[in-house]
Design a binder for this molecule. Structure first.
Ligand SMILES: [Zn+2]
Length: 113
């Protein structure tokens, strides 16, 4: 979570606690589900963890969330299409996380958007 948001949410919580009110909820900016605003939530810029993932998730897919999975999966066939046959076979042998990490590195290097 961004430092500014942590401070902002902590202030919200402190104010709500002072007033004796319940913790505030906001709508996820992606799916619209309620996101509990608290210093203990995983809300990243007020998106729910199902959409943007959580660093505390037990699986890689959980750590990148629905939006992350869609981002990488949309690029899987694009990358594969541009490989020669031996590298396509190598790509097919990669597990899901490795495919995502390859795509991530290509984006960092500017080879892919
Ligand atoms: Zn969501």
């Amino acid at each position: 979570m961004k430092e500014g948001n942590v401070r902002e949410i902590a202030l919200i919580d402190a104010e709500l606690a002072r007033r004796g009110q319940e913790t505030k909820t906001v709508s996820c900016g992606c799916c619209g589900n309620a996101v509990k605003v608290s210093v203990d939530t995983n809300a990243e810029d007020f998106y729910c963890t199902r959409c943007v993932g959580s660093p505390r998730a037990k699986t890689f897919k959980g750590s990148i969330g629905w939006a992350g999975r869609r981002f990488f999966e949309a690029r899987f066939p694009i990358l594969r299409k541009n490989l020669d046959a031996p590298n396509q076979a190598k790509w097919d042998s990669f597990d899901y996380e490795k495919k995502c990490r390859v795509i991530g590195r290509m984006i960092e290097r500017g080879a892919m958007i």
